[in-house]
Design a protein around this ligand. Structure first.
Ligand code: PLP
Length: 399
């Protein structure tokens, strides 16, 4: 039986999303066209926008449709920086958490290299949580020259939930706008996106059960952004390109379904995750759960279990699990097929040797007790083989 424990990478498409996509795709028409077909497509887009807005607790006019989370992050981070520095060229500072997904991290480093931004990294603790007092001190240092602050709501590798409400409040007290990457949080955490009060918030469809290639950037009323994609001026002029009506309908359907079932699904999945964690630690007492405390309310995504296994290589673990048809992840990025060390674990101060044995189990709405049982049933054999491989490699290196 195949077991999928990589929902943070992408989660299976929902039937409601597929049928919404299908129905709207059959309508045809370009939402910008003035004829009947165009108007019907436009109606579908605006209906989807309203549904998305209701699920996120924001106004429909605040929803900018994108082709995914990465694009939404690019528009939020680069767009805020561009608009703020155009208003006042002295605003070159960017405050960013060092545990961001590459979709944000690489925008920030690009701004430093290509636009002369001066990046200040927010302090994070051993659990990957941004330190609020440290952030307050960084903000107070030079608020007038600070273009923006960016911090994710929940971390994709270790599941740590960030104090984003506090960060937004602090930042706004200094007149500094905030971008929040909510890609992993939406659908799982309590509290609506609207309640964050952030200036821009990125959401991705395929993490919620829509097909890959749909996303949203929530842009609070009155917030100016420099466009990243130029063209026909769609989506308030900040995201040109023919609006993808079927994708918008699918995203709206998936997001509404996720929001409707969250109160039931979040505790159900957290209980499965906790049973998996207890089983892993019982089978391998040397294993270490990284990230926020599993049992501290609201501290961690209910879907996430991140473990480091001493004496193992995460990639070997992944392939050995895969040989049993159990899909897991190391959690960190992989560029052109080459695994990279995790910048998240590094920022948390996890020993580099230990970080090599990282494995992320991420659960979702299709996860079952049987999935947990299967993963635990194969774990010991997987660990033995992974450790034997490391021992062999050391033996070879010594001989
Ligand atoms: N931000 C976070 C926290 C993510 O986990 C991901 C995807 O893994 C993204 C952004 C990128 O989203 P997308 O895959 O829709 O481009």
């Amino acid at each position: 039986m195949s077991v999928y424990l990589d929902h943070a990478a992408t989660t299976p498409v929902r039937d409601v999303a597929l049928s919404a996509f299908h129905d709207v795709a059959l309508l045809g028409g370009n939402p910008s066209s003035l004829h009947g077909a165009g108007r019907r497509a436009r109606r579908a887009v605006e209906d989807a926008r309203e549904q998305v807005a209701a699920a996120l607790g924001v106004g429909a006019a605040e929803v900018v449709l994108t082709a995914g989370g990465t694009e939404a992050d690019n528009l939020g981070v680069k767009g805020l920086f561009g608009a703020r520095s155009a208003e006042d060229p002295a605003r070159t500072r960017v405050l960013a958490s060092p545990v961001e997904h590459h979709a944000v991290l690489d925008c920030v480093t690009w701004l430093a290299e290509a636009r002369g931004a001066e990046v200040r990294w927010l302090p994070v603790d051993r659990r990957g949580r941004v330190d609020v007092d440290g952030t307050a001190a960084l903000l107070a240092e030079d608020p007038d020259r600070t273009a923006l602050l960016t911090c994710m709501w929940a971390n994709n590798e270790v599941g740590t939930v960030q104090p984003v409400h506090e960060l937004v409040e602090l930042s706004h007290a200094h007149g500094v706008p905030v971008h929040v990457d909510a890609v992993q949080a939406v659908g799982w955490l309590d509290g609506e996106v609207g309640s964050l009060g952030a200036d821009t918030v990125a959401v991705s469809g395929h993490k919620l059960g829509a097909p890959v290639g749909s996303g949203v950037l929530v842009v609070r009323r009155g917030v100016e952004l420099e466009p990243v994609v130029h063209g026909g001026g769609q989506e308030r002029g900040v995201r040109s390109g023919t609006v993808d009506a079927p994708a918008a309908a699918a995203l709206a359907a998936a997001l509404s379904a996720a929001a409707a079932e969250r109160d039931v699904e979040a505790p159900r999945v957290a209980a499965l995750r906790d049973r998996l964690a207890a089983g892993v630690l019982a089978l391998d007492p040397t294993a270490v759960v990284q990230g926020a405390d599993l049992h501290a309310p609201g501290a961690r995504l209910p879907t996430n279990l991140h473990v480091t296994f001493p004496g193992c290589e995460g990639d070997s673990l992944l392939y050995l699990f895969d040989a049993h048809d159990v899909a897991v992840s190391t959690g960190s990025a992989c560029r052109a097929g080459v695994p990279e060390p995790s910048h998240v674990l590094d920022a948390m101060g996890v020993d580099a040797g230990l970080a090599r044995g990282a494995l992320r189990f991420s659960l979702g709405r299709t996860s079952t007790d049987a999935d947990v049982d299967t993963a635990l049933a194969v774990l010991l054999g997987v660990l033995d083989r992974a450790r034997a491989a490391v021992a062999r490699a050391h033996g070879l290196a010594a001989s």
